[in-house]
Design a protein around this ligand. Sequence first.
Ligand SMILES: Cc1cc2nc3c(=O)[nH]c(=O)nc-3n(C[C@H](O)[C@H](O)[C@H](O)COP(=O)(O)OP(=O)(O)OC[C@H]3O[C@@H](n4cnc5c(N)ncnc54)[C@H](O)[C@@H]3O)c2cc1C
Length: 416
Amino acid sequence: MSPDVLVVGGGIGGLANALALTRTGLQVRLLERAAEFGEVGAGLQIAPNCTRILESWGLLDRVLELGVRPEALVMRDALDGSLLTRLDLADARSRYGSPYVVIHRSDLHATLLDACRDAGVDLVTGVQVSGYEPLDDGAAVLHEAGRETAPVVLAADGLTSLARGLLSDDEPVSSAYVAYRGAIPAEQVASMDVSMSEVVVYVGPHCHFVQYPLRRGEVFNQVAVFRSSKALAGREDWGTPDELDAAFAGTCAQVRAGLPLMWRDRRWRMFDREPLDTWVRGRLALTGDAAHPPLQYLAQGAVMAMEDAWVLATHVGDQVAAGTLDWDAALAAYEAVRTGHCRRVQTTARAWGELWHLTGADRLWRNEVLRARDVHDYAFVDWLYGPTALTPDQEPPMFTPIPRGTAVPSRGKLAG
Ligand SMILES: Cc1cc2nc3c(=O)[nH]c(=O)nc-3n(C[C@H](O)[C@H](O)[C@H](O)COP(=O)(O)OP(=O)(O)OC[C@H]3O[C@@H](n4cnc5c(N)ncnc54)[C@H](O)[C@@H]3O)c2cc1C
């Protein structure tokens, strides 16, 4: 049977879209180029704006079973280890009605894959899509074995999306930052000064270091990110382990203790793209990183991909239920809801990264501002964790860092 929707890409975004649309009663076929489905990497933070979606798909219990519900997001200075600010996640749960979860990427991916299988998605691996063709009443994808058509094609083919080339001639933007990751058995950090109940980020000059537990606390996840001089100089040998060690040489004891536990044989270059306002061409639509790859500082990339899936499927589902499926209207609604929000996340993530990586006097100013922040002030996450990303009519306030040189508010609010 020919499908109603073809999805290209079997990452978190492709699976989420396939699942959400299948749940509306449509036939979905998903094409993945890899020989097997899977995810490379370690931890993912899933904020309340996405856990409420996972709940609506019946997957939250499984995700909570596999993940960890941290008590707080904590920010520390990477040089002296001092506390800068924190977000109480129990409080956030009451505010947003859904928990904050950290989970191994492969566990979330497997949860979505199992749900797709159970729902009846036609899951195909080993198919590399090499081209797209717009049609009057649908779209076609081309691959080695031929040509497949459907009323709608969703391209969830990631940062280097081939489909994006039909809508824009932009390229991925390199930030010159490089990430090392490492997920290790928790026993290996048992004697170290680490928190097993929080997500901790140490922010430092051109570098940061993230730590949190995974898999019910059995695994400890670390991410070390730094600006690579070799990447800046356009060299191919960017981000080598000697650069990693040099970047963190002046950091506090807690960070330096974690560095030897990173996976040293793999590293990831940090890219994003300029925000794009057009994601739909005829019946071809972009989703996930293909549409809006962010820098990772707000931990919203995979979250946005799942929000995309929820929004499109909600519009489609309403129409299917009413017996009036109008793909052009559904895709237009999807684009109208999502592009503005995702633009905001992408640009805010860049600004947030700059704030994290300040040096010299700017770093001291940043620390003062963060220490003075009222820990019960949710202004800078309401627009992310609240439901505004899913509706077209609200214009949530944009987070803009306070201009440097601004007088710092009175200190001591952290303790209060
Ligand atoms: C260091 C780091 C930390 C992060 N932390 C978080 C976090 O805490 N929370 C969060 O929400 N996000 C986080 N992200 C972002 C998140 O990982 C991505 O936004 C998300 O995984 C994107 O999913 P995707 O499915 O859109 O794309 P991808 O995961 O890139 O999947 C694309 C899929 O398409 C397939 N494909 C590509 N081209 C073709 C083709 N031509 N034919 C067939 N198949 C094809 C690929 O093989 C792949 O399986 C982080 C990212 C980084 C780098």
